[in-house]
Ligand binder design. Structure first.
Ligand SMILES: Nc1ncnc2c1ncn2[C@@H]1O[C@H](COP(=O)(O)OP(=O)(O)OP(=O)(O)O)[C@@H](O)[C@H]1O
Ligand SMILES: [Mg+2]
Length: 438
């Protein structure tokens, strides 16, 4: 007897939960429904084959939930059910590795089709993950477009300087890769490269990570801890997402950058440390400084600025990028059809090279055949239309279509349409303007 496929549904709306239970049990799946994300996390999810979760939940942030699930059950594919107006969150969720999303409301057929697809692919994925040893090799830039070659030159030109560098760029463009390249191309290459993500850990922890602490500096400091700045002596410290650093810590960092002195928390002596500071930001850091959220005097300490070009500005690198990823992951014989490549070229790539990697991985899992065809690509690529692509990402296009349809369905009565979409009128008005709907 074959084992039943088990699906876990998380939705705080009981009616939606029932609908899914019904729709999926009819297809022969065993379905459990939770109304709380926290409750679900307390259980053991290893026995499930698929998780279907609402992106908005009252008791927990959907993205936080997603990353916890990923961390504890990395093999469990997640489909998000997104509500209208959650565009940014959805993009971030896909970037974090959610498998796919489905916009509410949807039909029983639509969800069954999506579930079937994910489960088929999951079989392949497991095979694939086990068969593929982790590539330990260091990553390198790929692409020989004029834009990128110019960028490599900039990196090479400043790599050996000791001045601090600020790397700006959209998410997934290769900021971390840039920081590592700077280190690798410098005379510091034999010394440590230590990275910390300022947005990922709480302020007090970040401070002790950077500066270290003496034994007994605070409750729980039961032994000496050498901070990153000190540990990276002679090398490079990479401060990722530096705009997320608190003002107080920005002040401490500024002092370090002025005098090169590190004083551990609870310590009395300051130690002179030589280290190169490289920082990255995907927000507009100048705007942050103007708005008073980032210290201007700290910003001026970053003498060298590098701007990583977004993928849409060097689309001619796509064939080369695709080919080298395929090769690197052990698919040297897989080819991409001209039609599929045309869609790659037309797409905006809001998530840049990282998104390209995700799309390729997903495509390979869906169709591990010798030739990738347009129908093997994720919907967001298949739905790009040339006139739209310059302005809208595919998610935005979907949102626009949904607003238009609802407005038409309510005879352009904005309050009624807003109510149906579950957003307030002000939001609706801004979207109408943004998408130029009439
Ligand atoms: N030009 C490129 N050639 C090859 N790989 C690249 C290139 N640009 C980025 N990558 C790869 O894309 C992924 C994302 O790059 P990286 O982490 O450096 O980006 P990031 O700008 O720091 O992203 P985020 O803002 O999401 O932190 C990595 O796997 C990296 O190796
Ligand atoms: Mg990064």
């Amino acid at each position: 007897m074959t084992k039943k496929v088990r699906i876990l549904v998380i939705d705080d709306d009981a009616v939606a939960g029932e609908f899914l239970q019904e729709a999926l049990s009819r297809a022969g799946y065993e379905v459990d429904v939770y109304t709380s994300a926290r409750e679900a996390l307390q259980g053991e999810l290893a026995g499930y084959h698929l998780l279907l979760s609402d992106i908005r939940m009252p008791d927990m942030d959907g993205l936080q939930f997603l990353s916890q699930v990923h961390e504890r059950w990395p093999q469990l594919p997640v489909i998000l059910m997104t509500a209208f107006g959650s565009l940014e969150t959805t993009m971030e969720a896909l970037r974090l590795g959610a498998w796919d999303y489905i916009s509410k409301p949807f039909s029983p057929e639509a969800i069954r089709a999506m579930v079937r697809k994910v489960l088929e692919v999951r079989e392949l994925q497991q095979h694939w993950i086990q068969g593929q040893p982790e590539d330990r090799q260091e990553a390198h830039f790929i692409g020989s477009s004029a834009v990128m070659v110019d960028f490599y030159k900039q990196i090479a030109r400043v790599a050996d300087a000791s001045a601090s560098v600020l790397i700006n760029g959209e998410s997934g463009t290769g900021k971390e890769l840039t920081a590592r390249s700077l280190h690798r191309l410098s005379a510091r290459r034999a010394k440590p490269f230590l990275a910390v993500n300022c947005g990922a850990i709480p302020e007090t922890l970040l401070e002790s990570e950077l500066f270290g602490y003496e034994k007994g500096a605070f409750t729980g400091a039961d032994r000496l801890h050498v901070g990153l700045l000190e540990a990276a002596g002679g090398g490079t410290v990479f401060l990722d997402e530096i705009t997320e650093m608190s003002p107080a810590l920005q002040g401490k960092l500024l002092r370090f950058m002025q005098n090169g002195e590190v004083r551990r928390l609870g310590g009395h002596e300051a130690k002179q440390v030589e280290v190169r500071v490289v920082a990255a930001a995907n927000r507009d850091i100048d705007a942050e400084a103007t708005a008073g959220r980032f210290r201007a005097d700290l910003l001026y300490r970053f003498v060298i600025r590098l701007q990583v070009p977004p993928l849409r500005e060097h689309r001619e690198d796509l064939p080369q990028l695709v080919e080298s990823f395929l090769k690197k992951w052990g698919y040297p014989t897989v080819r991409i059809s001209d039609e599929a490549m045309e869609l790659f070229m037309a797409y905006e790539w809001p998530g840049n090279v990282r998104e390209l990697e995700n799309v390729l991985r997903q495509t390979l899992l869906l169709s591990p055949f010798a030739l990738i065809l347009p129908e093997n690509l994720p919907p967001k690529l298949r739905s790009v239309r040339p006139q739209e692509t310059s302005l809208l990402t595919s998610l935005e296009a979907a949102e626009r279509a949904q607003i238009l349809q609802t407005l038409e369905g309510s005879a352009w009565n904005q309050s009624q349409a807003a109510q149906r979409l579950g957003i307030d009128r002000k939001t609706l008005r801004t979207r109408i303007q943004r998408y130029g709907l009439k």
